[in-house]
Ligand binder design. Structure first.
Ligand code: ATP
Ligand SMILES: Nc1ccn([C@H]2C[C@H](O)[C@@H](COP(=O)(O)O)O2)c(=O)n1
Length: 223
């Protein structure tokens, strides 16, 4: 197992399989894992706890993003997210958080503040898989491996519906996929690969095949 620095950057639209794939790659190669979306989600939860609306109060929103204490477990097989000491591990995954996180993530000074934290985590961990929307283009454009993970929108909706259960409100599922991608793509480019970014299309691949496809992109000397 190599000890050389290694950043694997994985971007993609909602429901493309970034988290599942990133965790699988991190586990196989014994790497740290950072779901950068969880940082935006944690800030959105903290704002709600403080009664701050990002749509009407961007200044206080930016201040929270800059100053809140974010603690994120970066192990591949464990999920723990604290913001200002509060455990929001479950809350960040709720549909109501998904519905409001784009309002936070589309404020550029918020992005600047969280990007700095993401880079610090990458530098501290050294060997890490980082997933999000702008990792390959803004956060870690010099990552050794850069991947855009895509899948047919209908497939992404079907997977999210399967994840949330048959009784889920389909309007909520479509919002969490289609509307969020529309909002998120106003501040990040994740629909087309930047130069040097490999595209992995998971539409017809199972999760194990996608994990293998990403690992195949990692130079043997860095594994
Ligand atoms: N290749 C695949 N084949 C089948 N199901 C998959 C595949 N990849 C991921 N899934 C499933 O699709 C759902 C969404 O995956 P995941 O949460 O990893 O996507 P994501 O890109 O991180 O989503 P978001 O950006 O919305 O957080 C999960 O239920 C996951 O198990
Ligand atoms: N690097 C990132 C990561 C995430 N976001 C946005 C996109 C979503 O609106 C939200 C949550 O991300 P998810 O958990 O769905 O991957 O945060 C971003 O803009 N940049």
């Amino acid at each position: 197992m190599s000890t050389s620095p290694l950043v694997i950057a994985i971007d993609g639209p909602s429901g493309s399989g970034k988290s599942s794939t990133s965790r699988g790659v991190a586990a196989r190669l014994d790497l740290a894992h950072l779901d950068t979306g969880s940082m935006y989600r944690a800030v959105a939860c903290r704002l709600a706890h403080l009664g701050i609306d990002p749509k009407t109060n961007p200044l206080d929103t930016i201040e929270v993003a800059r100053t809140c204490r974010l603690e994120i477990d970066t192990s591949a097989d464990h999920d723990l997210v604290l913001v200002d000491g509060e455990d929001v591990t479950e809350e960040i995954r709720l549909p109501e958080t998904s519905a409001k996180v784009s309002a936070v993530a589309t404020i550029q000074p918020v992005r600047d503040a969280l990007t700095a934290r993401m880079r610090q985590i990458a530098a501290e961990r050294g060997r890490i898989v980082m997933e999000g929307r702008d990792i390959t283009t803004v956060v870690c454009p010099d990552a050794q491996v850069r991947v855009l993970l895509v899948a047919d929108p209908a497939v992404r909706i079907a997977r999210r519906q399967a994840e949330l259960g048959e009784n889920v409100d389909m309007a909520q599922v479509i919002d969490s996929i289609v509307r969020r991608d529309r909002d998120d793509s106003t501040v990040s480019t994740f629909e087309e690969p930047a130069d040097g970014v490999a595209v992995v299309d998971s539409t017809h691949l199972n999760l194990a095949q996608v994990i293998d496809a990403v690992i195949d992109l990692v130079p043997q000397s860095l594994r």
